[in-house]
Design a protein around this ligand. Structure first.
Ligand SMILES: C[S@@+](CC[C@H](N)C(=O)[O-])C[C@H]1O[C@@H](n2cnc3c(N)ncnc32)[C@H](O)[C@@H]1O
Length: 327
């Protein structure tokens, strides 16, 4: 696999990833309701912890989606009726799910050009161990933000495209943002290309709470790692022992939300910025939305972005749905 690091080339142009991170952390900690984007979870340690989360029995999402992928892995290549395809994946993580889809296409005699796009270089390194190139599978990994990567692939892609957006990653966006996001995908792929996205469906809140507050406390570690990352990269002095992880379902939003909550009134300092930030007693930092979907929500997003839904595929307990859309 070749890895193209668009983040590094930005660094050369002095618009470094660290700068974006620095600006976003500063802005986020200055908000009335403090918030930092979940995309910053994925430094090297974060990506490794997430890989463990996906294998944890409480985190049903990965298991449920893998069930769907195994069910439809030969259906997709047959439905698309092509010989060669460019599979572009947004946020593949370690590639365990991607491998199932790609193998389905290869077994159906396709030539596959695979473009995994991930903000985390570590994720692509893990993926490199999961999926191996062959004479019918070429892999070009891209370290970048989703759309920077997609725009790059657009300049080199020569075949019909299938964009994978798995793991219910779309749930990290607020409702209106998810429509804008899918519209952007629509605008950056060629006509008659496809999107195959995973959606975690609305379900028993006890199951949700268990998944996002796993018994091995991996999610807690994953969330706290963001403070560690700030300490490392921005020379901060967050004391991780003074923050607790809090994950809860917001039924009005239809989303799981993750927070870190300061158990003390305190002030933290980021030396790199030469700035301090005050925390009131029990003040939260909002870190993540994981919106949950109804079938109507999914149809609405597809309709509003101009895609046609080709088919929906659910796992056995009907808690997870993958949807195939066409431009
Ligand atoms: C929740 S994980 C899902 C991984 C995999 N798709 C799965 O279903 O298990 C999200 C992945 O997307 C990547 N990611 C998150 N935000 C991103 C962004 N804005 N641009 C590019 N990659 C991003 C992370 O590094 C991580 O590998």
């Amino acid at each position: 696999m070749r890895i193209i690091n668009l983040e590094q080339s930005k660094k050369k142009q002095k618009v470094s990833k660290l700068n974006t991170f620095t600006i976003d952390v500063e802005n986020g900690l200055n908000l009335k309701n403090k918030a930092i984007s979940s995309k910053y979870f994925y430094d090297d340690t974060g990506s490794k912890i997430f890989q463990k989360i996906t294998k944890h029995p409480d985190y049903y999402l990965t298991r449920n989606e893998i069930e769907v992928l195994n069910k439809i892995k030969f259906k997709l290549p047959t439905l698309l009726k092509l010989k060669e395809i460019d599979i572009i994946e947004l946020g593949p993580g370690d590639g365990s799910k991607s491998k199932i889809i790609i193998n389905g296409f290869l077994k159906c005699n396709y030539i596959v050009n695979y473009y995994p796009i991930d903000i985390s270089k570590k994720a692509l390194e893990l993926l490199n161990k999961t999926i191996k190139e062959s004479n019918r599978l070429k892999i070009n990994g891209i370290v970048s933000e989703y759309f920077e990567g997609l725009r790059y692939v657009k300049t080199i892609s020569q075949n019909r495209q299938l964009v994978l957006f798995l793991g219910s990653n779309i749930g990290n966006f607020e409702r209106s943002e998810s429509i804008k996001f899918m519209k952007k995908i629509y605008n950056n792929i060629s006509n008659n290309s496809y999107v195959f996205a995973g959606f975690d469906l609305k379900k028993d809140i006890r199951k949700l709470n268990k998944a996002y507050n796993d018994s091995s406390k991996l999610t807690k570690k994953f969330n706290l790692n963001l403070l560690k990352r700030i300490n490392n990269e921005l020379q901060g002095n967050f004391n991780l022992k003074t923050f607790i992880h809090y994950g809860k379902y917001n039924p009005l939003l239809g989303a799981m939300e993750s927070f870190l909550i300061s158990t003390e009134k305190q002030q933290i300092h980021l030396k790199k910025l030469n700035k301090s930030f005050k925390f009131k007693l029990f003040e939260p930092i909002h870190l993540e939305y994981s919106f949950k979907f109804s079938i109507e929500d999914i149809e609405k997003i597809a309709f509003k972005t101009g895609f046609s839904i080709i088919d929906n595929y659910m796992n056995k307990d009907k808690g997870y749905l993958n949807s195939l859309w066409k431009k």
